[in-house]
Design a protein around this ligand. Structure first.
Ligand code: F6R
Length: 597
């Protein structure tokens, strides 16, 4: 999704600061980029479709500078990714420049109205109405801040907006339903869609809430409400280092993040598990007890939600996973259910819509998220952080493992009865076992062996059913190859028709009980149709006899086995995509943080 950066107070370094910020926001996914700089009495705008390097090249060829600036990476919603549709957008005079993340729902009527009074539009975007609205208010005598406020007052929809106006050394900012955070340093003030954009310069942040405005000036910053009244905000300190957002020698963020999983899981468990006493404590949840649970999520987080619901059900808690976009528009009855929003970013519009709908109907809500200070964390009644650290690769990896781990903790901490000692021991071991898998995985050879396949299928039962869905999602999103995940038992009810010698089947088989025996039966079914089989297994069953390749995991509790099997599938997807030369960290058409519904 679009990324916004802005800064005031960096002097001659303004342009470099904006470009640095934009590069840190690349992970969000984008198709064009641009900057606006204010110098003396004029605003310069430079924007370009394509990667940031195209914008850098354009900037290198011209002389542009400014003391105050805003920048943007665009993920198209209205109009194709052209130079003209890239942000910033300007008014007719060229004195107002605006960047925007979100969707302005009433833009067509505003555009018609503005066009009728003589405003000329140069793009297909919804955003362009904003600078023209500001221009109209300035023309009718409003001062710059009032003109900005008036313009925002006309908008319906979701937005994080930053605006610069010639003749002021300020950036004007407004937020509704799209993330925005200020960065506060001694000599400069920043704003961005996400902290990594300015983390290099400061660890002090102020999160803006919906309906809030901010003005960043050379002598400070102020947050206000719609009427201009000052809102006192607390300054928070982020706990992670700027290096956490670099690649640390790995070819891709995704690979780095896959390898960071042992550390991420240790962080998730730290201080929450007491093996001697056999207890799990999530202090942030207080006395919260889970009697009936709805888990709402999208994408990878939805797969974690299925896994979490299975854990809770096994403890006797009625728990159901829901796709958040479905939940928001067709909510099921939720008497006494605690609604858990599972979201890495805490900013996914669909999942926020679901937790908001739940709150509107009086349900208690819990955010299970990685992002401290995110909208979901702030809006829900309770929050449980998964503590994975920043995840930059668009494909979620370490945060899925973090969600699985945190859902285990939640299940043990917030359901009736004693925590399961076997689970506690298994959780303690899981970071080391993930490391073992990473150190010994043969996933690269498997990826090489099946590079020219027609499609990739993933099957598993019980806790490995969501892992199969996740394995297929990882494969399709970063390799662009056709991949599907199924509950193993479902195969013969239709998907088996797709199975051929050109469709490898990745089967997760854990333990040697009934589930394993049944999945081995499914493996025999696909083998009989000549499909190559890759078994992801702890070696307890005889699945290896029927498999062309085996990806091993250490023996452990079934709950943590589903974390380890997933690591193998992450590596298969990564190596397949790497061998195919795909854009792994920024797959086509995808965005890290999906902030529009
Ligand atoms: C897939 C992926 C997406 C996200 C989904 C929800 O690798 O990253 O499917 O899981 O967009 O995002 P969050 O978890 O931020 O709500």
């Amino acid at each position: 999704m679009c990324g916004i950066i802005g800064c005031v107070g960096r002097g001659d370094g303004t342009l470099d600061t904006l470009l640095h910020g934009l590069s840190k926001l690349e992970y969000r996914g984008y198709d064009s980029a641009g900057v606006a700089l204010v110098d003396d009495r004029s605003v310069s705008v430079v924007k370009k479709s394509g990667e940031l390097d195209a914008l850098r090249e354009e900037l290198a060829a011209i002389d542009v500078s400014g003391r105050v600036g805003i920048g943007h990476t665009r993920w198209s919603t209205h109009g194709p990714p052209t130079d003209g549709n890239a942000h910033p957008h300007r008014d007719c005079t060229g004195d107002v420049a605006v960047v925007h993340n979100g969707i302005i729902e009433n833009y067509q009527s505003l555009r018609d109205e503005l066009a009728e009074s003589g405003h000329e539009f140069r793009s297909d975007t919804d955003t362009e109405v904003v600078p023209h609205l500001v221009e109209a208010s300035l023309e009718s005598g409003a001062d710059p801040e009032a003109a900005f406020r008036e313009a925002i007052g006309r908008l319906e929809g979701s937005y994080a907006i930053a605006c610069v106006i010639a003749g002021t050394d300020s950036v004007f900012v407004a937020r509704n339903d799209s993330p925005l955070v200020l960065g506060i340093a001694e000599d400069a003030t920043y704003l961005a869609s996400d902290v990594p954009a300015f983390r290099e310069f400061t660890d002090k942040v102020v999160y803006l809430e919906d309906g809030e405005y901010a003005r960043l000036d050379t002598d400070g910053w102020r947050v206000s409400d719609i009427d201009g009244g000052t809102i006192e905000k607390s300054i928070e300190t982020v706990t992670w280092d700027p290096e956490d957002t670099g690649k640390s020698g790995y070819d891709h963020f995704m690979l780095k993040e896959i390898h960071e999983q042992p550390r991420a899981l240790r962080q998730c468990l730290q201080g929450r598990v007491d093996e001697l006493r056999g207890t799990v404590t999530l202090e942030e949840l207080g006395e919260l007890s889970l009697e009936r649970v709805h888990l709402v999520a999208a994408g990878t987080s939805y797969h974690a939600a299925i896994y979490g619901a299975q854990l809770l059900q096994a403890k006797g808690v009625p728990a159901q996973p829901f796709l958040s976009h479905e939940y928001a528009t067709s909510p099921p009855p939720a008497e006494d259910a605690i609604v858990v929003g599972v979201s890495q970013s805490g900013e996914t519009a669909d999942t926020l819509a679901a937790t908001r709908e739940a709150r509107r109907r009086g349900a208690e809500t819990l955010a299970l998220t990685n992002t401290v200070g995110s909208t979901m964390a702030r809006e829900c009644d309770h929050v449980c952080y998964i503590r994975s650290g920043p995840e930059i690769g668009v494909a979620a990896t370490k945060t899925f493992a973090g969600q699985q781990t945190a859902l285990n903790l939640l299940t043990e901490a917030a359901t009736a009865g004693q925590a399961d000692r076997d689970v506690i021991a298994a959780l303690r071991n899981v970071p080391g076992q993930v490391q073992e898998v990473l150190d010994s995985s043969k996933a690269e050879a498997v990826a090489e062996a099946y590079l020219d396949s027609d499609a990739y299928f993933f099957i598993g039962r019980s806790l490995n059913f969501p892992v199969s869905l996740e394995g297929a999602l990882k494969m399709k999103e970063i390799s662009y190859e056709h991949a599907e995940g199924f509950a193993a038992g479902e195969l013969k009810h239709g998907p088996l028709a797709l199975v051929t010698s050109q469709t490898p089947v990745f089967a997760t088989v854990v333990g040697d009980g009934e589930l394993a025996r049944k999945t081995v039966g499914n493996v025999k079914e696909v083998e009989a149709r000549d499909a190559p089989v890759v078994a992801i297994t702890d070696g307890q069953s005889d699945v290896a006899r029927y498999a062309d390749h085996v990806l091993e995991i250490p023996e452990t509790h079934p709950r943590t086995a589903a974390i380890l099997t997933n690591v193998q599938l992450q590596l298969v997807a990564y190596h397949t995509a790497a061998k195919l030369g795909r854009s792994i960290d920024k797959p086509r058409n995808l965005a890290k943080s999906v902030t529009v519904e």
